[in-house]
Design a protein around this ligand. Structure first.
Ligand SMILES: [Cu+2]
Length: 652
């Protein structure tokens, strides 16, 4: 699967119209930066190797994110080696839920790299500000241009082609800013054909088409307040999922919000930001392009969410804090309609998500106190309320007779950490405790086919809360020449939710081998470690390396599935004037601790060597970058431990 790509990017095309060098007003973005409690490493949406990356490729460059890949598109991000049920994934703090029972549409698939400014990843209970979590939170932050004195237009355009799957993409964004009004807009198209693997075989059903557009408008209502409205529309069509027995015909998402922000010059509260939002996702799968399917099943899904998120930033002396109120209402519906070749003769109808309503509210606070010049204490907590109702509870009664139609849960969370800086060294230790409620599928799913282990999954409305006890630590060294960092975390998770074979019930899908019900293990343990190093060999020659390892076991010391084996990534970056070249090697070692019980087999080691070069030049006042790259130079055939069906889909 050698991947050759060429990218042309025109960036930072700024045009200033009567730009006056007045004293910049303390506009929202600037003040907020000061108030920002915990300094977060915000990454630009590009990786070392590629300047035009997909959101997935960008997330892959974070060392606590791995993926389950079902196709070339819309990978499921695993945070700390835990599936998406265990993390909260939000867009600017808004909760959005996918409409696919088979997880074809993680939230990260509804945004595009040209309307994204950064991704804020928090590990474990530190991520509980956005809602109850075990693994942590991933917040996708959209691009927002700050108000500026004078008038300013800026924009960027990227086009590129990847030869392997004939992927053509065009990404454009344009912004206008003045002292009163700001507009941000973006449009993107991606079209890809089938992939070719390392043996040069075509991987059928791996094509995709994606269109994404966004618009944001902000107006300054007073020197210290502004209103903003935002919308994203995303449409994916004809997306192949080679690892699944069906493809995606069409998926559409509309994500909208309106917010009001007020800044304060004096007092404890410095900024207050309130947003109301609404989003709707629809998802239509298609199995008619698979000749092996004798009986066809339509499995459409819908997910509608509205909510409110309100947050206040506070600061006094050495103390700063953020309080967040979150509340949302989600309705998830998924249908199963089975029929033979003739569509008019429908033989079966069922709800795989029987109109499940989730209402959630939480109040969370995170505090930071600078004890001295070189030490800081972070602590916080959250209290959440989760309510579920299954409208067509008769589907749940088939396996759980008499289970109540409604269920409420209280979800508490607590965390604390201590940071110490003794230049050039820094250390941190932390701990956390938190609950999460089962997801819609885990609680109310009915015959959700999982092609990985080939079982139909049944939800259990009576599952207990999953309870996480967590510890983490880090140690680092940093000077002008080099940096070294080690991070570890450990999760002991009580009532760990996972599918177990049920003796009753017969499979619905003819491909399926049996029925599994979601149950709670007494506990599971997950341990993650990451080592990062960088070294500036010369002024313009930089080396970077990452090593990650994870280990996860159930209550009988058996292995949990989808745990990344020892993996490494190392890269060299060289710059000469307007010319840059970078090369990287990454791979996984043999997966030793795989889990046959959950459908895994051992995945062998693989290694990928990639190289890319770029050249920058100016056309008038536009910075232009031309980049060419080859990923998997040696054309190695491989699949990673988390490639559904051991089909390979991408690098990293
Ligand atoms: Cu789907």
């Amino acid at each position: 699967m050698k991947k050759l790509s060429i990218v042309l990017g025109v960036l930072f095309c700024g045009i200033n119209i009567n730009a006056q060098e007045t004293q910049p007003q303390s506009d929202s973005a600037k003040v907020l930066k000061e108030v920002k409690i915990i300094a977060l490493a915000k990454k630009k949406i590009q990786t070392e190797m590629k300047m035009a990356v997909s959101v997935d490729e960008f997330l892959a460059s974070s060392d606590n994110i791995s993926f389950i890949k079902r196709g070339a598109y819309a990978w499921e991000p695993l945070l700390n080696n835990m599936s998406t049920e265990r993390s909260t994934i939000t867009i600017d703090g808004m909760h959005v839920f996918g409409a696919c029972t088979d997880k074809m549409d993680p939230i990260t698939s509804y945004i595009e790299s040209n309307n994204l400014s950064s991704v804020d990843i928090k590990s474990g209970q530190e991520g509980s500000l956005h809602g109850a979590t075990v693994a942590g939170s991933i917040d996708l932050k959209r691009k927002t241009t700050p108000f500026t004195p004078g008038k300013k237009y800026s924009g960027a355009y990227q086009t590129g082609f990847e030869f392997n799957n004939k992927q053509l993409f065009n990404l454009g964004n344009l912004s206008y800013a003045s002292d009163k009004f700001v507009a941000d807009g973006s449009v993107s198209f991606r079209k890809a054909g089938n992939y070719y693997d390392g043996n040069n075989n075509e991987v059928s059903h791996s094509q995709y088409n994606k269109f994404n557009t966004s618009l944001g408008l902000a107006y300054k209502t007073s020197p210290f307040s502004s209103v903003r409205v935002d919308a994203i529309f995303d449409k994916a069509s004809n997306v192949g999922f080679p690892a699944l027995p069906m493809d995606l015909w069409l998926s559409r998402a509309l994500i909208t919000s309106a917010s009001y922000k007020q800044l304060f010059q004096h007092g404890l509260i410095r900024a207050w930001d309130t947003k109301i939002y609404y989003n709707a996702v629809e998802h239509y799968m298609d199995d008619t392009k698979r000749p092996e399917n004798l009986v066809h099943m339509d499995m459409p899904g819908w997910s509608t969410t509205y909510g409110l998120v309100s947050r206040a930033n506070m600061k006094r002396g050495d103390y700063s804090a953020e309080i967040q109120l979150n509340t949302y209402n989600n309705l998830s519906i998924a249908e199963m309609r089975m029929y033979p070749q003739d569509r008019s003769k429908r033989t079966m109808f069922a709800y795989s998500w029987p109109w499940v309503t989730t209402k959630f509210s939480s109040l969370a606070m995170s505090n930071s106190w600078d004890i001295s010049e070189n030490s800081r204490m972070n602590f916080g907590g959250s209290l959440g309320y989760n309510y579920n109702r299954s409208k067509y509870v008769e589907f749940n009664w088939i396996f759980h007779p008499g289970t109540p139609q409604e269920k409420s849960r209280i979800l508490p969370g607590l965390h604390a950490s201590y940071e110490l800086t003794l230049n050039p060294f820094n250390f941190s230790v932390g701990t956390g405790y938190g609950h999460r409620a089962p997801s819609v599928s885990e609680g109310y799913g009915y015959y959700i086919y999982n092609s990985f282990d080939r079982y139909d999954y049944i939800g259990n409305p009576d599952l207990k809360n999953e309870i996480s006890y967590e510890a983490n630590a880090s140690a680092g060294f940093k000077n002008e020449k080099m940096g070294l960092e080690a991070k570890v975390n450990y999760f002991y998770i009580q009532n760990y939710i996972i599918g177990r074979i049920l003796s009753l019930g017969s499979p619905m899908n003819y491909q399926s081998v049996g029925v599994k019900g979601y149950t709670s293990l007494n506990h599971a343990r997950i341990f993650n470690v990451a080592l990062n190093a960088n070294y500036n060999i010369l002024q313009h020659l930089h080396w970077k390396g990452t090593l990650t390892y994870a280990r996860a076991t159930d209550d009988k010391d058996g292995n949990l599935p989808f745990i990344r084996p020892l993996s490494y990534q190392t890269s060299l970056h060289f710059m000469y004037k307007t010319f840059g070249i970078q090369t990287s090697v990454n791979g996984d070692l043999t997966q030793r601790n795989y889990s046959p019980e959950y459908g895994e087999d051992q995945t062998p080691a693989y290694m990928i060597w990639s190289i890319s070069a770029n050249y920058s030049f100016n056309i008038k006042n536009c910075k232009t970058v031309l980049q060419a790259g080859v990923e998997n130079l040696l054309n190695e055939y491989y699949s990673t431990y988390a490639d559904w069906g051991n089909i390979c889909f991408g690098l990293f």
